[in-house]
Design a protein around this ligand. Sequence first.
Ligand SMILES: NC(=O)c1ccc[n+]([C@@H]2O[C@H](COP(=O)([O-])OP(=O)(O)OC[C@H]3O[C@@H](n4cnc5c(N)ncnc54)[C@H](OP(=O)(O)O)[C@@H]3O)[C@@H](O)[C@H]2O)c1
Length: 275
Amino acid sequence: MVTPASPVPIGILGLGFLGKILAAELKSVSESWGTWHETPPLEPLIPVFHFDWADENFWTALPKTPATLVLTIPPLLKNLEAENERLQIWGTWMRQNRPQLKRLIYISTTGVYPKRNGIWSEDSEFEADTLSGKLRLLTENILSQYFQLQIIRPGGIYGSGRGIDFRLKTGKPIPLSITPVHRIHVEDLAQIILHLLDNPDAPTCVNAVDLEAKPSWEVANWLIENREDLTQEMFQENTDNLPGTPQRIISNQRLQELRVTLYYPTFRQGMVSAH
Ligand SMILES: NC(=O)c1ccc[n+]([C@@H]2O[C@H](COP(=O)([O-])OP(=O)(O)OC[C@H]3O[C@@H](n4cnc5c(N)ncnc54)[C@H](OP(=O)(O)O)[C@@H]3O)[C@@H](O)[C@H]2O)c1
């Protein structure tokens, strides 16, 4: 794994699936820290503390010493106006009380792009067509008013314990939609974050999707053919949301221009063996 060259500590807001993998990469970056919400991590690799983004009383827990923030927490409210206000209040508080924490990398989602055929790149002009997409675009916009912001828009994040292989194993239904699913392995996503941490002048928004988007059922069929631990009997069909948008493509051109070499360029490398 790449070790960040930057001596600036990193503060991870949210030690979930991605946050934990990222924390493992930051062991050597002294004074880095992370926050937990409902359950403290068992063997944290960096110092951690309890933080609830929804509760102003917790904000003072954020260190006053300089750090670059990585925000992995999803939007908290389902109402655009209320979330807008909440973000503005937090941004104002941060500017007044934590001016040393002014650089932030926000983990957004490719879900901001419309569910329509088209090639969607970071520069595309569009409006989100789902509430969750609208909430993400709102968050991106508001955070840019308060922080020196870089945005990463990941596709479906998979890795150990999460992905189509895991769905097959646990008997979860596999969507039969023909919409290609854009994915990124969690370790590659962590790498992309490390790259941006070291390159504040890199583009302010990057789609994080690998080199081969495929519908979930195609990935499931490939897994059944190529993994001994996965069988046809495990394939439970989910026929919701048919037929889909076969030409909805999320561009990864900008990611490729960053020259981050993906460890798992496609699901074939990322899911070839059981974790
Ligand atoms: N999964 C995907 O395929 C995918 C795709 C694109 C984008 N994303 C987004 O990418 C980001 C990282 O993904 P992930 O898979 O690592 O998500 P995750 O595992 O759900 O991690 C999110 C973290 O945010 C914490 N959190 C939630 N509410 C909080 C609050 N009020 N205060 C403080 N912390 C809070 C959660 O803690 P608790 O669990 O303890 O509440 C969790 O540790 C998320 O925003 C996710 O929505 C995910």
